[in-house]
Ligand binder design. Sequence first.
Ligand code: GLV
Length: 333
Amino acid sequence: MIEERARPKILITGRLPDEVLYTLKQRFEVEANLEDRPMDRERVLQAMADKEGFVSLVGDSIDIELLDSAPRLRMIAQMAVGYDNVDLAAATARGIPVSNTPDVLTDATADLTFALILALSRRIVELDGRVRRGEFKFWAPMLFLGRDVTGKTLGIVGFGRIGQAVAQRAKGFRMRVLYSDPHKIDTVHEQELNAGYVDLGRLLHEADFVCVHVSLSEETRHLIGKAELALMKPMAYLINAARGPVVDEKALVEALRSGSIAGAGLDVYENEPSLEQGLVELENVVLLPHVGSATLETRVKMASLAAENLRAGLEGGVPPNLLNPEVLPHRRT
Ligand code: GLV
């Protein structure tokens, strides 16, 4: 008689699209949070005791405490491109592969960046409020004016997949694109994207819109601080749809208050979901609740990709988006 092997137990800390949850339940014994709110940390730690797989979300802190509470864990599939919430070195040291979900959210995040650029420059949120409050009483030449986007200079800080997708969109607005990044891309590609490589100082000095697309690391924490904000033009806007701590939020509130920059569009915050004191009182900001990848189509793709990575990892294969390949020779079985 062939003995049936118990299905691996997995934890999912937030509600996933039904079809992806269904697929996961076919292969695994699933414990899932079915609510659109984070799972309580204590519950996560307890649940980890017998789990072999983990579909993690940006709000999950995968630190040493969590890893030490998970003696059987052999795959972490993060449903996000960013993974600054995961102690990758500690996972690797314990023989646990970790994956993320790149590419599938590039377009949605680049679209959202442009939504913020347009919302700021054309005062979309503010003017919507004015119309609702009955303030649209007549048309006048100098009323409700914003600023042009077409033909302006866009500075892209961090020229990876998402930064380049933003540059692609900027072509439609005939913008001049400057980018800064540790790596210069090849000239042919630069020409295709109509993008010029400059240092961060020059980018901040020349751009009408500065958008941030770097991942969060010790090198990029507070990459945009007081000194950098001071280099921006008084008519320039800052857009951050990457990670909050890349921008020093206190310094940003100060710059917005004093008018040393024109405005900011934020999708992420330094101490998410808390906001820096004074931010909500400002009129020259557009604030979103970390929704860069939040379209139904994209979230289905992200969840499916996380599921594919999880499955590969738990079934002895190589997850397609493995972040720590050095783990493979000594991974937990
Ligand atoms: C979302 O913030 C992500 O990193 O995918």
